[in-house]
Design a protein around this ligand. Structure first.
Ligand code: AGP
Length: 592
């Protein structure tokens, strides 16, 4: 949530470099953007605009100032509306201190009141601006001291960067929100919320952990503990991300590219290191209670996991959404196990759940795409998805990889690891039936037919009930059509009142023991005028539209989801919304 990027180095085009890198972080927030560059002589030039940075034409021409130090921010609004004033960077009263911030300062109102009482005037409605004023208050003690004192005064989760007029230095700190330092061979230094911002310059990185700060001066990055001020030695890590993986290439949108990549990404997940699967299995078998945790789509994957463990391994596991985890503290002990599911590994609600679990001594496994994320670094065991960067806000390839890993684990816990892997290999072999131009064209025609619908309902049973919920998220976030997922049997207890003539209802009907039941639920909808779209290996007389999927047993949640991902994408295109950057959303939700 919010993208931050800064450059300090030999290139005099710092502003342009930041601007280009910021575009690559736009998926983190895109309602406004801004850049501050320090000119020779120490003054700042600040540009702030409402709207998406990628939509500004001739952007490079805007930032031609000669500067070696610049930082930028792409915003997802929390405090204060989407206005130029509220866009970052923010400055102190005298404009000598400039900050960009990701996160929330929870006590900003109280701090702001105290600063106003001292005569400070504020230009924005944001919580972030207080930080620049707090530094200004303490500057007599030097920039570093003022910065650390300001950090100690604010509460909440944050990543914060600050510059001070005339000092060729950048200071950054984190508590809860990601920050990564990049080091290029020519001595250039970068600080960013995520790696793609500087991937074209370097793959050598150092991570900031919570309650740590870094000062960047020419060619040097010094890390410190925020509380004690003691220096910290940081390992330089080489990452194996490929630049082209973070670009959309010939595809119109990242979402479509990432849907199509599932052939490779699923194969990578299925081939997860067997040793890791074994270790995780031993941890699950040893634990006195396992809880799967995730948010949004990852939360729905966790729900599928509960069914998989029940059906395949006859084992009960709990499920909690990250944002609803707190009550679990009453039953967690040092024998409990938490399995965190996440694409980014930076979702604040899931991280908070892990912090609670850790405080109880519980063990943590994370199934995560970003291997070097906070979540991964907090875990006792990490099972990486290896899906490559996922940039579209709507999660697709990471989701199916998470489902595959949970399937492997459920079978391994049942003592049938090879059978599970074989099932997934066979299922992956059938992906060409779904990821081909003819199939895509068929779904595009369905999207055209239903693009003006007010509501779309999705029903499924058992493992495909959470897939119905996940389908609703996909349709909501990119098409903006009201969509809701239900357990097939639940409709008649209330929601069926929503069905009227022509309401599109998607029926997920794999060849499982619930097929007859889900089809009779579909009948109940049809009798009320629903337009039935069947996602099923076989056509049924009651379907108005049939979208064929292969019959793959317990892997059906994975394959059933793919046509719905394509449908969501096609609906977004038909309704002329931007599927990569849906309104009101951001890729990585780093606030609670
Ligand atoms: C997915 O389409 C959503 N954008 C969202 O629900 C997402 O899955 C959720 O925010 C969790 O993110 P994570 O996987 O990075 O933890």
């Amino acid at each position: 949530m919010c993208g931050i990027f800064a450059y300090l180095g030999p290139n005099e085009k710092a502003a342009e470099i930041v601007l280009k890198g910021l575009k690559k972080l736009e998926y983190r927030g895109y309602d406004s953007w801004g850049i501050a560059a320090q000119m020779e002589g120490g003054d700042f030039v600040i540009e702030k605009h409402v709207g998406k940075i990628s939509e500004v034409i001739n952007l490079e021409e805007k930032m031609t100032h000669s500067s070696h130090l610049a930082m930028g921010h792409s915003r997802w609004a929390t405090h204060g509306g989407v206005t130029q004033y509220n866009a970052h960077p923010h400055t102190s009263e005298d404009q000598d201190v400039v900050v960009v911030h990701n996160g929330i300062f929870e006590n900003y109102l109280e701090l702001k009141e105290a600063l106003i009482a001292k005569g400070h005037q504020f230009r924005s409605e944001t919580d972030s601006e207080v930080f620049a004023h707090l530094i200004e208050e303490e500057l007599e003690e030097g920039f570093e001291t003022a910065f650390t004192r300001a950090c100690k005064k604010v509460t909440g989760r944050f990543a914060i960067l600050a510059l001070h007029k005339g000092e060729n230095k950048l200071i950054a700190a984190r508590r809860g929100s990601p920050l990564i330092v990049g080091k290029a061979d020519d001595g250039a230094l970068f600080v960013a919320s995520d790696v793609p911002a500087f991937l074209e310059y370097t793959k050598k990185i150092q991570y900031l952990d919570d309650n740590q700060m870094v000062t960047l001066t020419e060619g040097r990055a010094h890390f410190y503990d925020l509380e004690t001020g003691s220096p910290i030695e940081k390992r330089l890590i080489s990452i194996d991300w490929k630049e082209e993986e973070a670009e959309k290439g010939a595809y119109a949108h990242f979402m479509l590219k990432e849907i199509m990549e599932q052939k490779e990404t699923l194969a990578r997940a299925i081939n997860a290191d067997p040793e890791l699967i074994q270790k995780a299995t031993a941890m699950i078998n040893k634990a006195y209670g396992t809880t799967l945790v995730g948010c949004g789509t990852a939360g729905k994957v966790a729900m599928v996991g509960e069914y998989l463990f029940a059906n395949v391994a006859k084992k009960h596991v709990n499920v909690k959404f990250g944002s609803e985890f707190k009550s679990a503290r009453h039953f967690l002990t040092d024998r409990s196990l938490i399995i965190a599911i996440s694409q980014s590994g930076e979702t604040a609600d899931t991280l908070e759940a892990l912090e609670i679990a850790k405080s109880k001594g519980a063990k943590i496994i994370s199934i995560v795409n970003v291997e070097t994320s906070t979540m991964a670094r907090m875990s006792d065991l990490v099972i990486p998805l290896k899906a490559g960067p996922e940039k579209a806000v709507a999660s697709t390839k990471a989701t199916t990889s998470q489902l595959a890993i949970l399937t492997l684990l459920a079978y391994a816990v049942a003592g049938r690891a090879n059978e599970g892997k074989q099932l997934l290999i066979e299922s992956e072999g059938k992906l060409n039936d779904l990821l081909n131009p003819r199939y895509e064209a068929h779904i595009e025609a369905v999207a055209d037919q239903i693009k003006d619908a007010q509501d779309i309902m999705i029903i499924g049973r058992d493992m495909n009930f959470p897939i119905a919920l996940e389908s609703a998220i996909k349709l909501q976030e990119v098409s903006y059509i009201h969509a809701e997922g239900f357990a097939g049997g639940e409709l008649k207890h209330g929601p069926i009142a929503l069905i009227s003539e022509g309401t599109p209802c998607i029926v997920i009907a794999p060849n499982d023991e619930y097929k007859a039941e889900i089809l009779s639920n579909a009948m109940e909808l049809k009798a009320r005028g629903a337009l039935l779209i069947g996602i099923s290996p076989d056509n049924a007389e009651i379907f108005d539209i049939w979208i064929k999927v292969p019959s793959v047993g317990n892997a059906s949640p994975i394959l059933d989801l793919i046509p719905i991902q394509i449908l969501a994408y096609k609906l977004a295109v038909a309704r002329q919304t931007n599927p990569d950057m849906p309104r009101n959303l951001a890729k990585s939700v780093t606030v609670k």
